[in-house]
Ligand binder design. Structure first.
Ligand code: AMP
Length: 442
């Protein structure tokens, strides 16, 4: 998994400034992965009819307090907040979903044909403890379907979009963990059953010592469902005996969940029922899901239905469902497994110059290739032929074009096939056509 960002040790600083803890630069060598992630998201969105949306990075704090929920780790401990000079209380977004609903309501999207399908790609910020696959600034893409009916087809569609994204990123055998956490009515009944169970266990186990972890003792009062997805050994053992939410679902929620599973069956997507999956955010109802892959125990993405979120942030009741994928984690796995997307396009040409006059001509030639939409590279800042050819080799270009004093005088360019080493002179007026012809042949 991705190497965790290094602890910042002020005494050992080699450079005056370093990235803040849990944050990092995405450097050019990683860019093919990011380009692939963005392109794949856009392709999937295009196919399934999602429109791109880019909300601001800062939102009013209350959007998250009311939307994501007071009892959640994100709101309690992880938000980056600030007060502006004008006195507004803002937060760097810790997730996108609340912004999607805010934008849906603010921009009158309920008056558009329903449902509205939106996709996004961008950074989110959570003040968590950095560790393997866990950053403080990380990237998510997502697909959200807002409005219309609370129809299982939309749950299935966002799950499929998530799976197709993982497949496009060459993640092997994506596995869906799925559960239903019911609606307000049946969840309230289940919550009470669960609380009774844990209270009894706590009372019985008091003399033996720890029954659940410290965090879960606290969560019993704030968010008892979260006890089910705690990773602490004692909590995991105890939940095996806890009542299952699936036995408490009301009839409409049961039918809804069955509908989602039948749709996944219809297209042969494998899934695993996971009654302990509740997700950390308050706004979910009915379907919740997460994506995993073999050999990794951290989620690569997740989502669910959030029919109550619009109301929670002051809007009209609006059914909605969505998925968010963790791009940094997915890219971390690809890098660990040496899965390489390579440079974006190999069909490119390198312009080499020898001498000042040729340098000017080469500079102008670059613009001709740009106009012709042909990828051309150069090292115009280097004067030595050898140094330029070294760059051309490294970039694995197919063709090098060499311009020297003699060539300028004769009005030609030397065209060198980098694979075979063969060279020929081509009149400079015909060079763009010649390059186009050669690149297309390959
Ligand atoms: P969530 O909605 O919190 O489940 O986030 C969706 C996805 O984002 C998760 O399944 C992870 O893949 C990813 N993710 C969440 N938190 C982090 C983090 N701190 N660093 C990197 N990726 C994260």
């Amino acid at each position: 998994m991705t190497t965790p960002p290094k602890e910042k040790e002020p005494s050992k600083k080699l450079t005056p400034f370093q990235t803040p803890k849990g944050m990092r630069d995405i450097l050019p060598e990683e860019s093919p992965y990011w380009e692939k992630a963005r392109e794949s998201t856009a392709d999937i969105a295009d196919f399934y009819g999602f429109g791109y949306i880019e909300p601001p990075v800062l939102e009013n704090i209350d959007l998250f307090v009311r939307g994501v929920g007071m009892g959640t780790d994100i709101v309690e401990k992880e938000m980056y907040t600030l007060k502006t000079k004008g006195g507004d209380n803002l937060a760097l977004r810790p997730e996108f979903t609340a912004s999607m609903i805010r934008s849906f309501l603010e921009n009158g999207m309920s008056r558009m044909p329903q449902p509205v399908k939106l996709w996004y790609f961008g950074p989110v910020f959570r003040h968590e403890n950095p560790q393997s696959g866990r950053f403080r600034q990380f990237y998510q893409n997502g697909f959200e379907i807002i409005g219309g009916e609370s129809d299982p087809i939309y749950d299935a569609q966002v799950i499929v979009a998530g799976v197709r994204f993982l497949e496009a990123m060459r993640i092997k055998a994506p596995l869906i963990h799925i559960n239903s956490i019911g609606c307000r009515s049946c969840r309230a009944i289940y919550r009470k059953k669960l609380l009774d169970f844990y209270r009894k266990e706590m009372a019985a186990g008091k003399k033996k010592g720890k029954v659940v972890c410290r965090d879960c003792e606290r969560r019993m009062d704030t968010n008892v469902l979260r006890l089910l997805d705690c990773k602490d050994e004692a909590c995991v053992e105890l939940r095996g005996r806890a009542p299952s939410i699936l036995d408490s679902l009301c009839s409409p929620c049961r039918t809804h969940f069955k509908g989602v599973l039948e749709l996944l069956d219809e297209i042969g997507l494998p899934y695993m029922l996971n009654p302990y999956l509740v997700r950390g955010l308050d706004y979910y109802n009915r379907t919740v899901f997460e994506f995993y892959t073999e050999g990794e125990n951290i989620a690569l993405g997740g989502g669910g239905r959030y029919d109550y979120l619009a109301e929670l942030v002051g809007g009209k009741s609006t059914p909605a469902v969505g998925v968010a994928m963790g791009i940094d984690r997915i890219i971390g796995i690809l890098k660990d497994k040496d899965i390489d997307f390579g440079p974006r396009k190999k069909d490119k040409v390198f312009v080499v110059h020898v001498g000042e006059t040729a340098k000017k001509k080469a500079f102008a030639l670059m613009e001709e290739f740009r106009k012709a939409n042909i990828r051309a590279l150069e090292a115009l800042g280097k004067d030595s032929l050898q140094a330029q050819m070294k760059v051309a080799d490294k970039e694995e270009v197919q063709i090098a074009l060499i311009l020297g004093q003699k060539e300028i005088y004769e009005g030609v360019v030397i065209v060198r096939d980098m694979k075979t080493g063969t060279q020929e002179n081509v009149p400079i007026g015909k060079i763009v056509e010649e390059v186009r012809k050669r690149l297309h042949k390959n």
